[in-house]
Design a protein around this ligand. Structure first.
Ligand code: FE2
Length: 326
């Protein structure tokens, strides 16, 4: 079933940015009367203002602009969570080909050469509007999954605030080891979603006061695969988050679940998540035991990393990070 059509009754919005009136008029004429809502900007500052006011679906961006140049505008678009999925087509003259490399580096989707060919422009615009709409669709499905993750937490008294804390621990640990912003975003989302598969675990088991039977524990242990299967159709936008969901209970010596992965088979994101998850579990109340002190939790986790469960270096960075904060 395709809901894309129903979801977007609005015309796609295109922002055209060029400092030369002639170019602006030309692009406008090419795109006029084709079902788009067109906006114009004549410099980088005006472009950024119109982007935040109108959230266009596509931006045609001249590279050489007064005030803020096109590359900087592009970097700002791509560095902002609200706008980073808007496709940016850079427009540059043949003698400014070095702009191409810098433009791709700034995160632009594509570049076009002046003089602009009308058919090429239309084909490019149609293609990127399609991509944008499909990403919008995926993003809204992604939001539903985030809501489900929050909902599960509300159901389970013992895990109140768990995902937020795990997400924050993991994010800060990632920052401490100098991961890039993009990687930190993956970790943050992974933290928010790691237990989303618990939606498939019966409430009676999920919030059972007291210890679980072996049978119940087996059922709980299916949650990483359930979460994985739930998010798999979104692999286009959630590609790197999905393995975190599946493997956050793996241990470096292969004794974890569900896949018994070992060492390098477990990504650094997932190792970080495991440390954050276990630390939060130990330092908060559980149905079968009260919370531990931070010192005791750290001692236990150090022993466990000696045993080969957790990444020793990451754990030490995590401990240092905790000490610096307190
Ligand atoms: Fe889990």
């Amino acid at each position: 079933m395709d809901f894309t059509h129903e979801m977007h009754v609005d015309k796609p919005k295109i922002l055209i940015v060029d400092d030369e009136e002639m170019n602006l008029n030309l692009l406008e004429a090419y795109l006029f009367n084709r079902g788009y809502e067109l906006y114009m900007a004549r410099d980088g500052e005006e472009a950024l203002e119109k982007i935040s006011n109108h959230l266009p679906d596509l931006i045609l961006l001249d590279v050489r602009l007064p005030k803020i140049d096109g590359l900087e505008v592009c970097r700002q678009i791509k560095g902002n969570d609200k706008t980073r999925l808007i496709p940016v087509i850079l427009i540059t003259a043949l003698d400014q080909l070095e702009d191409k490399i810098m433009g791709i580096d700034a995160g632009a989707e594509e570049y076009m050469l002046k003089p602009i060919n009308k058919l090429e422009l239309l084909a490019t615009v149609i293609r990127w509007i399609k991509v944008k709409r499909s990403n919008d669709h995926l993003e809204s499905v992604e939001n539903v999954i985030f809501s489900i993750a929050r909902f599960i937490e509300k159901k389970d008294f013992y895990t109140q605030g768990h995902t937020d804390r795990v997400s924050a621990y993991a994010y800060n640990l990632g920052k401490k080891i100098y991961l890039q912003q993009e990687e930190l975003d993956i970790i943050k989302k992974g933290g928010a979603l790691h237990d989303v598969g618990k939606i498939g675990i019966p409430d009676a088991i999920l919030s059972k006061p007291g210890r679980l039977t072996e049978e119940e524990y087996k059922i709980i242990k299916t949650h990483p695969v359930l979460g994985y299967e739930m998010c798999l159709p979104l692999k286009k936008t959630m590609g790197q988050i999905i393995p975190i969901i599946r493997n956050h209970h793996e241990k470096l010596d292969g004794s974890g679940y569900p896949d018994g992965l070992k060492g390098d088979q477990i990504s650094v994101y997932t190792r970080i998540m495991a440390i954050a998850d276990v630390f939060d579990a130990l330092t908060t109340d559980r149905p079968y035991r009260p919370s531990m002190t931070i010192e005791r939790a750290i001692r236990i986790m150090r022993e466990e990393s000696e045993r080969g469960w957790w990444d020793k270096d990451l754990l030490e960075e995590f401990i240092k990070m905790r000490e610096e904060k307190s």
